[in-house]
Write a protein that binds this ligand. Structure first.
Ligand code: CU
Length: 294
C-alpha cells in the first residue's frame, strides 16, 4: 500500500492547494543532488523550506515557527555539523535502483520503502521521523520525489509493472479512502499528473551526484515505528552499499550511471520547467493554510 497510498495522498494535497490557487503544482525535492552534504541543501535554507534548530521550531524561512494543530514543527538535523551525519543516495545510485531488473512490483516497493525513503525522514528528524511527519511541509516534497522514482521505475526498464500491484489493483482499496482503489493511481498519465524538471534550482539535468559514499543504516526505532522488516532492510542496505561502490568505480572510469528519469521519452520534457521554487513563499502560505485544514 506504501506507494499507491502516498501517491493518492500527495495528489489530494495538491488538489487542496489548487483550490486556493489553481496555478500551484506540488514541487519535488530531488535530494540526491544534495547527497554529499544534505544539511547544505538550498532546500533546507531560509530561502526555501527552512533549516533546523536541532530540536526546536523551524528557525528561519517562510516556515519559521510553523505550527500545525497547535504544535510547532520540529527538525533535529544539525545544519553545521563538524562532518556530515549521513550522506543521501546519489543520483546515479537511484538511477541504478530504478533500472535494476525486478521480478515483481513488490520487490521494487521494498527496495524504495526502506533506505531511499527512510534516510531523508530520519536525517531531517523531529516530526519527519515520527508518525506526525505530514505536519512538516518537507514531507510533501520528499514524497513527491519518492513518487517520481516510482513513476521512473514504471516508465524505464520495468514497463511490465506499470499496471501491476501485489494483488488485483481493482479490488485493493486504499486505506482510509472509500471508493479509491490502487488501480486508480497506478498510472500517472491517467491521473493527468506529470513530473517535470524544476527550473529554478537545478540549472542542468546533468548536475547529478555519483561519487558519494552510501548512506548510513537506518536506526532501529524508525524501522519499528514504521513496522518494517529489519532483516529485509538490512539486506537492502548491504546491497545499496555494494551498488554505490560499483557506481563510484564505474564513475572513476568515466561511466557515470545516468539519473533516473532520463530515458529518451523523458528527455522531451526537460525543456518544460515545473513550478518555480521562486514562488515558494506563496507556496508556503498555501501549505500552511491547507495543513491546518487537513
Ligand atoms: Cu514517508
Amino acid at each position: 500500500m506504501f506507494l499507491p497510498w502516498h501517491r493518492h495522498f500527495i495528489n489530494k494535497f495538491e488538489q487542496e492547494l489548487r483550490k486556493v490557487n489553481a496555478n500551484v503544482t506540488l514541487p519535488y525535492w530531488d535530494w540526491s543532488l544534495d547527497a554529499a552534504h544534505p544539511e547544505k541543501s538550498p532546500i533546507l535554507s531560509s530561502k526555501y523550506m527552512g533549516s533546523s534548530s536541532q530540536g526546536g521550531c523551524i528557525p528561519d524561512g517562510p516556515f519559521k515557527n510553523f505550527t500545525v494543530k497547535g504544535n510547532c514543527v520540529k527538525r533535529t538535523f544539525n545544519p553545521n555539523p563538524p562532518k556530515t551525519i549521513t550522506t543521501f543516495h546519489s543520483t546515479s545510485l537511484l538511477g541504478e535502483l530504478i533500472r535494476k531488473n525486478y521480478t515483481s512490483y513488490d520487490e521494487f516497493r521494498s527496495a524504495i520503502e526502506g533506505s531511499p525513503h527512510g534516510v531523508p525522514h530520519t536525517f531531517i528528524g523531529g516530526d519527519m521521523s515520527t508518525m506526525r511527519s505530514p505536519a512538516d511541509p518537507l514531507f510533501y516534497l520528499h514524497h513527491a520525489f519518492i513518487d517520481k522514482l516510482w513513476n521512473d521505475f514504471q516508465q524505464e526498464n520495468n514497463k511490465q509493472f506499470l499496471n501491476k500491484y501485489v494483488s488485483d489493483p481493482k479490488s485493493a482499496q486504499l486505506i482510509g479512502y472509500t471508493g479509491v482503489n490502487v488501480a486508480d493511481v497506478l498510472n500517472l498519465e491517467s491521473m493527468c499528473v506529470q513530473y517535470v524538471m524544476a527550473g529554478a534550482i537545478v540549472d542542468s539535468p546533468d548536475s547529478i551526484t555519483w561519487n558519494v559514499p552510501a548512506p548510513a543504516p537506518l536506526d532501529d526505532d524508525w524501522l519499528k515505528i514504521n513496522h518494517m522488516n529489519s532483516t529485509e532492510v538490512r539486506k537492502q542496505e548491504t546491497e545499496i552499499k555494494q551498488m554505490q561502490n560499483k557506481v563510484i568505480e564505474d564513475g572513476k572510469k568515466g561511466n557515470i550511471p545516468p539519473a533516473p528519469g532520463y530515458n529518451d521519452t523523458y528527455k522531451k520534457d526537460e525543456t518544460n520547467s515545473g513550478v518555480s521554487f521562486e514562488t515558494s513563499l506563496g507556496l508556503a502560505l498555501l501549505i500552511g493554510f491547507v495543513l491546518n485544514l487537513f
